[in-house]
Design a protein around this ligand. Sequence first.
Ligand SMILES: [Zn+2]
Length: 326
Amino acid sequence: MNRLPSILYGTPTSLTRKPNRRKRWLKYKNEHRLQCKRLGKATTSWQQEMAERAKDCTRRSPCGEGWCPQCMVRAQEKVFDHCGPALQEFLTEVQAEAKKNGDPIPQAWVVSAASARMAVNRGQLNANIPRAVNSTLRKRLDGSSLSDAICFLGWDVSLNFNKVKLKSQTRTRKWKRKNEHWQVHIYGIVFAASKAAIHTVFDPIFWHQMEEGDKPVKVYPRAFKDIPLTSKYVLKPNFIQRENNRHLSLRPNKWNLKAGEKDELAMFLGDLGFKDRLLLKGVKLVRGTLIRTKGLPHQSKSKTQEELSKRLLGASTGLFGPPRKK
Ligand SMILES: [Zn+2]
């Protein structure tokens, strides 16, 4: 994997170091093997079909399944390598355009939104939730002051629960889990002139609070150099269990998902696919390369970058891999 100029990034991450990438790949390769084995032994035929479609997936010839751990880690690397730097370039472009036209200068904002309406019980995780919000959000974005903005957003899920203290505390157990649920949420980067403009669009969709004091829509500024780092969280391959984020100043504790939970999640991710997992506006992904759909034509793609993306993607089509076989 090509090592990127470190000047673009604030702190080095696991994705910028080659040995770490190898380690990560082996971790998800093992995850892929275990999950294919588990789904292959499942009693339902559609689960067996899922395993069948992904079982021959390799780094060179990806299966393109939305739930495949190998394809997800590969897609995240691509987002980090290509989309992050491309977004930095687009921000420079839109800022220059706004300056020329005398418009307010757009900045990069991180948007994280989740509402109580997007929380479902175990066994009820459904790809129609993000799909419905995607179409509503798209319509609202088009008819707002953000109609020309660039959005690079992606859906994420976590298994959330509340911690309840046990009355009689033993040495090993001091608390138990209550109100376990899947929380679907959206995260990503939006280029907009103000925080208020983003809230105007997102707040009416995500206004349902989980609990008192909770903010369904969080918007905060992002420095230019941190854009690639943020972009890697838009398409994550790892999903976790976490304590409901009640005290925003504290980082919630995280746990790995159990086998049954991973299988339910795989069904959700497989149904959603990479295409619906991302919500792009003003940009689009063509063979893993981000291009602008509005404004100036994107011409700054160098020959080496083009060659690199060709080499990385091989003959694959679609967003990050070959289209799903029907
Ligand atoms: Zn795959």
